[in-house]
Design a protein around this ligand. Sequence first.
Ligand SMILES: [Zn+2]
Length: 304
Amino acid sequence: MPRLSEVIAALENLWPAQRAESWDAVGTVVGDPDQEVTRVLFAVDPVQEIVDEAVKLGADLLVTHHPLYLRGTTTVAATHFKGRVVHTLIKNDIALHVAHTNADTADPGVSDALAGALDLRVTGPLVPDPTDPEGRRGLGRVCALDTPLTVREFAARAAERLPATAQGIRVAGDPEALLRTVAVSGGSGDSLFDHVRAAGVDAFLTADLRHHPVSEFTAAVASRPLALLDAAHWATEWPWCELAASQLDEISDRHGWDLRVHVSKTVTDPWTAHAASAHPSPATALPTSASRPPSSSDPLGAPN
Ligand SMILES: [Zn+2]
């Protein structure tokens, strides 16, 4: 039976803390290095619901993608929801370890898991890590579709393959445009727009896209169709939990640790319901060209 320090060393080998962004807070948040580990739970968010699940499961270690504390704190009093998480963890001898931006850029990392869930063939990172001589690590992934799909078909695939959320998948662009290459980035990806443009892909799937960045991005690429697909942040990162769990399983087998590794299926996306508009939007009303925004692929519409 391994000690926490041995399991953490294995996790650090997969996602070295020094590869995290400077603003990030990764590594072990709670835990005694000498405690023994038999059961591990992977989840996206270190929220009370997940910690309660870890207690019920009898887990000794919870590994999450999102940090519990991103900035400094002066209290872990249980009067605050984060302090309550710390209390529950310590009272139940459960360690908490975080792999965030160091897991995003890893090979394989968060966006590889997302690409895998969507049945995409990864051809390389969207923003390569210059310190990786093999050019495999980095933010986001550029992928190929071995069988081209329309934006509409690809959105339907994403809605089906990613874990279900209230949001589903939102699309910006011509639903009938054909996709051969797609960039993906788990989590908030609008800071990568310049790289997406430079990659020359047909679409970008990420999360947390907002009105102004999307509006400006679509205007800037008007001469060439480039669709944006927006999924729930949690749903784009959850596939990593399964990937990470299988990596730890393999390490456990190699060391004869006999760890029990679990992935939480609890949906911690904060959005809980979705009301569809009463009237179809211009995009869903296709193929009525009169109600469709002009695009370069539309012979009836003037390029804008
Ligand atoms: Zn995230």
